[in-house]
Design a protein around this ligand. Structure first.
Ligand code: SF4
Ligand code: SF4
Length: 77
C-alpha cells in the first residue's frame, strides 16, 4: 500500500497536485506554513492508488511516496 507524505514547508500552495490527482484525495489545508502559504494535505490516504502523478507534478518536490515502507524520491534538487 502506498503512503503519500507532503512536506508542509516545501509547499508553495500552487494546487497543481490537488488538480492532478485522479482520485481527488488531496486538498488545500487551512493552516499556513513557514513561508505563509496554505499547503496541500492528503485528505483520504486510503483511497490513494499509487499513481505518483502528484509526486511528479509538484514543482517544489514537496511530495514523496512510500510503498510498503520504501520511500521513493523522484527528484533531488
Ligand atoms: S499517488 Fe496518485 S492517487 Fe495517490 S495522492 Fe498522488 S495523485 Fe492522488
Ligand atoms: S504541487 Fe507541490 S507546491 Fe503545489 S500545492 Fe501541491 S505540494 Fe504544494
Amino acid at each position: 500500500m502506498s503512503k503519500i507524505t507532503i512536506d508542509p514547508n516545501k509547499c508553495k500552495g500552487c494546487e497543481l497536485c490537488v488538480k492532478a490527482c485522479p482520485e481527488q484525495i488531496l486538498a488545500m489545508g487551512k493552516q499556513l506554513n513557514v513561508k505563509g502559504y496554505f499547503y496541500a494535505q492528503v485528505a483520504e490516504q486510503p483511497r490513494c492508488i499509487g499513481c505518483r502523478i502528484c509526486c511528479i507534478v509538484c514543482p517544489d518536490v514537496a511530495i514523496e511516496m512510500a510503498v510498503q515502507g520504501t520511500m521513493y524520491k523522484y527528484f533531488d534538487y
